[in-house]
Design a protein around this ligand. Structure first.
Ligand SMILES: Cc1cc2nc3c(=O)[nH]c(=O)nc-3n(C[C@H](O)[C@H](O)[C@H](O)COP(=O)(O)OP(=O)(O)OC[C@H]3O[C@@H](n4cnc5c(N)ncnc54)[C@H](O)[C@@H]3O)c2cc1C
Length: 559
């Protein structure tokens, strides 16, 4: 097993601790006292969980351990956006259609990865040892590099300008130090200064108006957009709220990422069949799978308040069941497009937030190849014949996934977002592959990639799937208030009775959309909220997110 050690020697690790809500989810999960308990009179009570993605399954698993009976509904595939699709015939050779590289700072997510004993290893990101080599191809010129130092000077100037801009404009090191030290008060003080300023302004504005970039050329900014930092080009995020980008870099989301060997879908599916060591109420050997007799219930088409005061959930086939609490984890747009959700279940301010949430588009196209041929050496240059590739061409990011010399390899020909993903949207998989191959041919004129393809290609456009309508949230300027309302919704004590019992969690409720850790953390918030809804509480030695919310919760901006 590869070590996951992002540590700078002598310093504590950066984790996804805040910055909006600096609560240590990893400590809460690892504490021997457990997450809390509910009165024994509530044991066995049913809770509806809409969606069997990671947020739904983490909540279901933890609620089962508390002695409740989660009833999971899934309209499409289990695992949701952690989807590892198998290439036909080749055992264990997969395409990661959703999440594929997981920052080691995602400590609550890795709690479950480790519980399941899954192996992880570094993801072959640009300019990392795991990729071996990288080709940056911009404006028709290719540069071959193993590290940043191998690239022309202008790339280092861009990297330095980004570091300087963050330091100057956001006190980056001070914030990261507060995260490392888990100094919640200091972190909140620093972060809360940035929120009102940068909620109104875009990522592009931050870059263009920074001292560091404004003394350089337009070309520097352009290169930054194409090559970016960490995982690749970031220009598709230029219109987003700068707060969202700060969160990514401050919590090292874009750094030290691992893949899950054999596919990340094993995490949600593993949680489904995992038998916890300790479970209140349920007999030894109980798992989510056993509670469900093997499969989740079908998709949900209606949620309404029943005359009994409970919440009535109706599935696609018309079966209606009543629950004291319902947790929805599907994207919030689906509460108006897929599910007939009674309006009175949320305040109008919440509906504004749920509906204004904005999703980014994303498309990926994969092929399986006979072997990891890219490691062959060009006899003239001695270099790899093909490399992880970042380019301004149609493909944008090409990733090479080596399953070992004796196994087929996988090429993610293209992973793109927003406009670049929209270019693919109407096209069938064959055309997407052809478009990608012809772009890559211009970068690698001597390499016959097509000659290595075996099996059928795999592609995805998340925005084309009615169960998602987009890849992940990407907040726009002015969206902080919406994020805050949705995030804080699990704190229900002050809510009118007609709205209580409905909980939301998942990627678009989180402060760090597009990163699975946010889905897990919001799921744990919902666990706390539901535990309280059933009259339960945390252990005095192990306070939960709701216990610390009044003190540490995300700041509110005036409406
Ligand atoms: C292209 C892409 C790349 C990503 N890359 C990364 C990455 O590299 N690293 C990382 O950390 N994260 C990444 N993410 C983010 C990560 O995948 C998500 O944060 C996480 O998987 C979201 O989990 P969730 O449970 O919130 O939502 P989902 O996984 O969407 O789960 C919600 C479930 O609800 C179901 N559903 C919808 N409608 C209904 C209904 N009516 N009834 C019942 N069920 C319904 C859906 O089918 C789905 O299974 C990526 C996501 C995408 C799309």
């Amino acid at each position: 097993m590869h070590q996951r050690h992002p540590h700078t020697p002598g310093k504590k690790p950066v984790t996804l601790f805040g910055p909006d809500f600096p609560f240590a989810y990893d400590d809460w999960l690892e504490h021997p006292a457990g997450l809390g308990s509910i009165p024994s009179g509530q044991y066995g009570q049913e809770v509806a969980i809409v969606g069997a993605g990671i947020a739904g399954l983490v909540a279901a698993y933890e609620l089962m351990k508390l002695g409740l009976k989660p009833v999971v509904y899934e309209a499409s595939k289990m695992g949701g956006r952690l989807r590892s699709e198998r290439f036909e015939g080749a055992a264990g050779v997969i395409a990661e259609l959703g999440g594929m590289r997981f920052p080691v700072s995602s400590t609550a997510f890795y709690h479950y990865v480790d519980k399941l004993g899954l192996e992880t290893r570094p993801f072959p990101n640009p300019l990392t040892p795991a990729s071996g080599s990288t080709v940056v191809d911009l404006e028709g010129t290719s540069h071959y590099a193993e590290t940043l130092d191998d690239l022309p000077e202008i790339f280092r100037e861009v990297a330095q300008a980004w570091a300087d801009a963050l330091e100057d404009g956001a006190r980056f090191s001070e914030i990261q130090d507060a995260i490392r030290e888990r100094d919640a008060a200091k972190l909140k003080a620093l972060w809360n200064e940035l929120v009102p300023i940068w909620d109104d302004r875009t990522f592009y504005d931050f870059v263009a108006s920074s001292k560091a970039f404004s003394r350089l050329s337009y070309r520097h900014r352009e290169i930054f957009g194409q090559v970016g930092f960490g995982t690749g080009g970031w220009d598709s995020d230029f219109p987003n709220s700068m707060l969202e980008i700060f969160r990514v870099v401050m919590t090292n989301c874009d750094d030290h990422q691992h893949l899950v060997v054999g596919g990340v879908e094993q995490v949600p599916c593993g949680i489904w069949s995992h038998v916890p060591q300790q479970c209140a109420h349920w007999p030894a050997g109980t798992s989510l799978a056993s509670l469900h007799h093997g499969a989740p219930r079908p998709g949900v088409k209606k949620i309404a308040r029943a005359s009994s005061g409970n919440l009535a959930v109706t599935d696609y086939w018309g079966d209606t069941r009543e629950y004291a609490a319902v947790l929805t984890t599907c994207q919030s747009w689906l509460l108006t497009t897929q599910i007939e959700c009674e309006e009175a279940l949320f305040s109008q301010k919440m509906w504004m937030a749920l509906d204004r949430t904005r999703y980014m588009q994303s498309s990926k196209t994969f092929v399986m190849v006979d072997r990891p041929f890219w490691k062959d050496k060009d006899p003239q240059t001695g270099r790899d014949v093909m490399s992880m590739t970042l380019t301004d061409r149609l493909t944008r990011g090409t990733y090479l996934l080596d399953n070992g010399d004796d196994k087929p390899g996988v090429i993610c020909l293209s992973y793109s977002w927003m406009g670049d993903a929209m270019k693919m949207l109407p096209h069938p998989v064959e055309k997407r592959v052809q478009l990608a191959l012809s772009a890559l041919q211009k970068v690698y004129p001597k390499v016959d990639i097509a000659g290595h393809i075996i099996g059928n290609p795999i592609t995805v456009s998340w925005e084309a799937d009615p169960h998602f309508l987009g890849a992940f949230k990407g907040a726009l300027p002015g969206h902080y208030r919406y994020n805050q309302r949705m995030y804080a919704h699990f704190m229900q004590d002050e809510m009118p009775a007609e709205q209580r019992g409905m909980f939301i969690a998942g990627d678009d409720v989180s402060w760090t959309p597009a990163w699975v850790e946010g889905a897990v953390q919001t799921s744990l918030n919902a666990v706390w909220g539901i535990m309280r809804h059933f009259g339960g509480a945390t252990h005095a030695q192990n306070p939960g997110p709701g216990d610390c919310f009044a003190e540490l919760g995300p700041m509110q901006l005036p409406d």
